[in-house]
Design a protein around this ligand. Structure first.
Ligand SMILES: Nc1nc2c(ncn2[C@@H]2O[C@H](COP(=O)(O)OP(=O)(O)OP(=O)(O)O)[C@@H](O)[C@H]2O)c(=O)[nH]1
Length: 935
């Protein structure tokens, strides 16, 4: 232990062994500067130590002054000295300076350690200065803390206000939603009542609306779970509304008053509005209740994400914590919570849906005003997998439409033609019209000559080969003043179909019979057509100028066909004419007019026109041209017309004289320009109200045509017989042709004529037929099928000629139908397989069978009849049954090969590839020759 005494200017330290005298030799003040701006002055003292031996101790002990002895207690005898020297003594021994130890109160309350000297005035000044600085800083800190507290209080008040405002909005939304729920529930109950479904209305109407929610819509978004779970607790647990900040919360004008009272600001909102994490986080007093597990995580993550973000709120001095949801965001959230399924169901409109025979899924959906995807879903439910572009039939469409609560009106596609033709006319609107006369008769009996004579024109000379090849229609004026329309039908059998059409649109048939030729097959045919059409006949006995003319014979021959002419006491008018000599032509016209007067032919001219196409062609300069006969109404230039699968706007009307006319009344033959394509002879023409209708009808007819063609292509097998015949047809050789003609009628006639040329084995196959020149595409089509192109009264275009040369396709031109048919017939004959003709040679009987090595079996025979020749065909007959047919391989007389053996001679025979001969078998020998056949 060491006792230290402060002796004023020196310090005496006594220990049992050593006594150290410390003298302050140097002192100073060191100023310490700290980083936070404070400074401290420290007094530094340097002490010199001197070590004294025990001998010196006396002197040393005697040396101190009595004052010093009285103040310093004698340490040595009072306290036991430590055995080992104190650690601090070592540095003292080394003579190093020692800093005074800080004064620490000892247990006895006496200060121990080094006694410091008093502070200097500088030190005191520095200390006072430091103390003053510290006080100033302390005051500043206090002020700052107070300011912070105030700002925090303001912020908290603001935040509280925001939260209450949000709460008020929430209450409004709740109220609105509750009303919607109520309305929806009422609607559901109404619907349930309508359906008279007792089960669905079993839910009590007085039940809390929120409690019904999950039941009303099973699949709810996940987020709606806490909402619905907590919702009942809200209004019930809220209790009476406390007067407080909530009463000042902004309320939307017109919005219903919040129900259920105001909740306490913290806990209920926390638990009910877990999404509002930022607001909750900001509140210092907001305890985090236990909401859905995911939500607090999101709330924690938010601050790190938003840290450092510059927003308007932060820029204007606020903080992120003060942000609140916008009304739109709130609305979105409410929508999300309520889910799509909770939207008030739209009132269902039951429609009358027009369902045609087929329609696409999309089309059906459009007609029902439903979503196509719903229709597809319904179809899938019924096991029908369809895309929206797929076609469905009317039955399926009806099923779907009725499932969706609509009514169905089924319509047929053919309904597009409804009301197109034959609308009845009021009797008072009917006015007399000219008769339409068709001239019929056998070939070369003078039909065209007669008409020509009547028209005083020369049509005969212009016709190729002198044969009428298409219908012409003309109007003439009778001597009695009235007009008569003539239709000139060709007389050749190939034109039967066209003639039949002519009869249909005819009021009177003039049957031309040549007096020198009498009644012929086609005369009879014409009679039948006229009868079938219910058209009266006028007999014109022609060529009476000829010396060999026998009109009486004609009259009597007609009796066979139940035509009794007037001169024989019958009702059929007859007149002897000569087209050549122009005799009795006026009489013929008079008779026609008289007959028409008897018929009282009338039509309403003041209605949209109807008519029949007599002929149609593709004219190079004028486009498609249809020769038509107007039968009812009046056709005007500019009218929209439909004929067959073609339609168009009438560009021009041309009379039989070649003049254009703005209109064509009943019974007037006229050429119509403006069709999109050439219609077919016999097609009925109708004027329609607009292009859309015309297009609809044309489309429908095109579809029908295509379907009919496809139906023809379908092979229907029923019964073995039909199957066999079809195999035969399938094996039929075909002569493919592409036929192009000047007019549709000619082409039709050619096709019919050629179809008659074939037989069971070979026949014509027309790949394409139509009016117009031979085009490049015709040639390409023909080359693909190795077909021949026929041009009747037309020529090939240059490109077509080039294509034909390139592909090696043959183009043949004709202007006479007979030549064409004969050529095709000859060509087809070449395709016939030659006829096999069998010529009997002789019979031989097998007497014995010899087995010869390397050769095989040899039959030893006797020729019983005729001759047997080497290489000839043979039949082996056993018991009258043919058991082998083949060739005779060897024929030997003894050992020599011979070409033939005559009856009564024995010989040896062997067959090609056959060994099973037996004694007693008969060998029939014959030769096969092939004969070329013709059609
Ligand atoms: N002598 C005489 N010859 C006639 C008379 N009428 C027509 N011919 C002749 O009979 C031939 C045939 O006349 P067409 O008018 O072409 O006979 P078609 O019935 O029209 O013949 P297709 O058009 O082929 O059906 C022609 O050579 C006429 O000159 C007539 O009254 N007297």
């Amino acid at each position: 232990m060491t006792d230290t005494k402060n002796t004023g200017d020196k310090t005496l330290t006594a220990s049992p062994k050593t006594l150290t005298l410390k003298r302050p030799s140097e002192t100073g003040v060191v100023r310490q500067s700290f980083s936070h701006g404070r400074t401290n002055a420290v007094v530094v003292e340097k002490v010199k130590r001197r070590t004294v031996t025990p001998g010196d101790a006396k002197g040393a002990s005697a040396a101190p002054s009595p004052s010093a002895a009285s103040t310093a207690p004698a340490p040595a005898p009072a306290r036991p000295a430590p055995q080992q020297p104190a650690a601090p003594q070592r540095p003292a021994a080394s003579g190093q300076p020692q800093r005074p130890a800080p004064a620490a109160p000892r247990a006895g309350g006496r200060p121990g350690g080094v006694v410091l000297r008093t502070l200097t005035s500088d030190e005191m000044g520095a200390r006072a200065q430091a103390l003053a600085g510290a006080r100033i800083r302390e005051a500043e800190d206090r002020k700052r803390a107070e300011a912070d507290a105030r700002a925090r209080a303001v912020r908290e008040a603001e935040e509280e206000r925001e939260r209450l405002a949000a709460e008020a909005r929430k209450r409004e939304e709740d109220a609105r939603r509750q009303q919607e729920e109520e309305a929806r529930r009422r609607a559901e109950i109404e619907a349930a009542k309508r359906a008279q479904d007792a089960a669905t209305i079993s839910t009590p109407q007085t039940a809390a609306p929120v409690a019904e929610r999950p039941a009303a819509s099973a699949p709810r978004p996940q987020s709606s779970a806490p909402y619905s779970a907590q919702r009942p607790a809200g209004p019930s647990s809220a209790g009476p509304r406390p007067a407080g900040p909530s009463s000042t919360a902004p309320r939307r004008p017109g919005a219903p008053a919040p129900i259920g009272g105001v909740r306490r600001p913290s806990a209920p909102i926390e638990s009910e509005e877990p999404v509002r994490a930022p607001v909750r986080r900001a509140g210092p007093s907001a305890p985090v209740r236990a909401p859905a597990p995911a939500k607090p995580e999101r709330a924690k993550a938010a601050p790190t994400k938003e840290r450092g973000r510059l927003t308007i709120a932060t820029a204007t001095g606020g903080s992120d914590e003060e942000r609140s949801r916008s009304v739109a965001s709130y609305r979105r959230r409410v929508q999300r919570l309520s889910g799509k399924g909770h939207q008030e169901p739209k009132e269902k409109l039951a429609r009358e849906v027009t369902v045609p025979e087929t329609l696409t899924v999309q089309e059906l959906a459009n007609r029902m005003s439903e979503r196509a995807v719903d229709v597809v879903r319904l179809l899938m439910k019924q096991g029908v997998m369809k895309k929206i572009t797929d076609l469905i039939d009317a039955d399926t469409a009806q099923l779907i439409a009725e499932e969706l609560g609509h009514t169905v009106r089924r319509v047929a596609e053919s309904d597009v033609e409804e009301g197109l033709f034959d609308a009845p006319d009021a009797p008072e609107s009917l006015k007399p019209r000219p008769p339409v006369v068709t001239i019929m008769g056998h070939v070369d009996h003078g039909k065209t000559s007669l008409l020509d004579a009547i028209r005083q024109t020369n049509v005969v000379k212009g016709e190729a080969g002198g044969i009428t090849q298409h219908i012409g229609a003309y109007q003439v004026t009778s001597p009695l003043g009235g007009k008569i329309t003539f239709i000139d039908t060709p007389g050749h059998a190939a034109f039967t179909a066209m003639r039949a059409r002519g009869a249909k649109s005819t009021d009177i048939v003039v049957l031309v019979v040549a007096a020198d030729d009498g009644v012929k097959p086609q005369t009879a045919e014409a009679i039948n057509h006229a009868r079938a059409a219910g058209v009266p006949i006028i007999v014109a006995i022609n060529k009476v100028d000829k010396p060999e003319a026998k009109p009486e014979k004609v009259r009597s021959e007609l009796l066979q066909y139940e035509i009794q002419v007037e001169s024989l006491g019958g009702e059929t008018l007859e007149v002897e004419v000569s087209a050549k000599a122009r005799t009795n032509l006026d009489k013929l016209l008079e008779i026609i007019q008289l007959q028409s007067e008897i018929l009282e032919l009338k039509a309403n001219p003041d209605r949209p026109a109807e008519g029949t196409v007599i002929e149609a062609k593709l004219d190079r300069g004028r486009g498609p041209v249809a020769t038509a006969l107007v039968q009812r109404g009046t056709l005007y230039q500019g009218d929209i017309v439909v004929a067959g699968s073609e339609w168009g706007r009438v560009r021009a009307l041309v009379t039989d004289q070649g003049d254009t006319t703005p209109e064509a009344g009943p019974s007037m033959p006229v050429e119509i320009l403006g069709f999109n394509g050439a219609p077919e002879a016999g097609d009925r023409i109708a004027v329609v109200e607009n292009e859309a209708r015309a297009r609809e009808i044309a489309d429908y007819r095109t579809r029908q045509k295509r379907e009919q063609a496809a139906a023809r292509a379908v092979v229907r097998v029923s019964g073995l017989e039909q199957m066999m015949s079809q195999i035969k047809v399938a094996g039929k050789k075909e002569f493919p042709l592409v036929i192009k003609g000047d007019v549709q009628g000619s082409v039709e006639a050619i096709v019919q004529a050629l179809e008659k040329v074939g037989n069971d084995e070979v026949g014509v196959r027309v790949l394409l037929s139509g009016a117009g020149g031979v085009t490049e595409s015709d040639v390409i089509l023909a080359s693909a099928s190795n077909a021949v192109v026929i041009g009747f009264n037309v020529r090939a275009l240059k490109e077509a000629r080039d294509a034909a040369e390139r592909t090696g396709t043959e183009i043949r031109y004709y202007n006479i139908i007979y030549d064409l048919v004969d050529d095709i017939k000859a060509a087809m004959s070449g395709m016939l397989s030659p006829e096999r003709r069998e010529d009997f040679l002789g019979n031989a009987q097998i007497r014995e069978i010899f087995a010869v090595s390397k050769v095989g079996k040899i039959a030893g025979c006797l020729v019983t009849e005729g001759v047997v020749q080497k290489g000839a065909s043979v039949r082996l007959i056993r018991d009258n049954v043919v058991i082998h047919e083949g060739k005779l391989a060897t024929l030997k007389r003894f050992k020599d090969d011979v070409p033939e053996i005559r009856a009564g001679t024995e010989c040896g025979m062997s067959f090609e590839n056959y060994q099973d001969m037996r004694a007693g078998d008969v060998i029939e020998c014959y030769r096969v020759t092939e004969v070329k056949r013709t059609l």
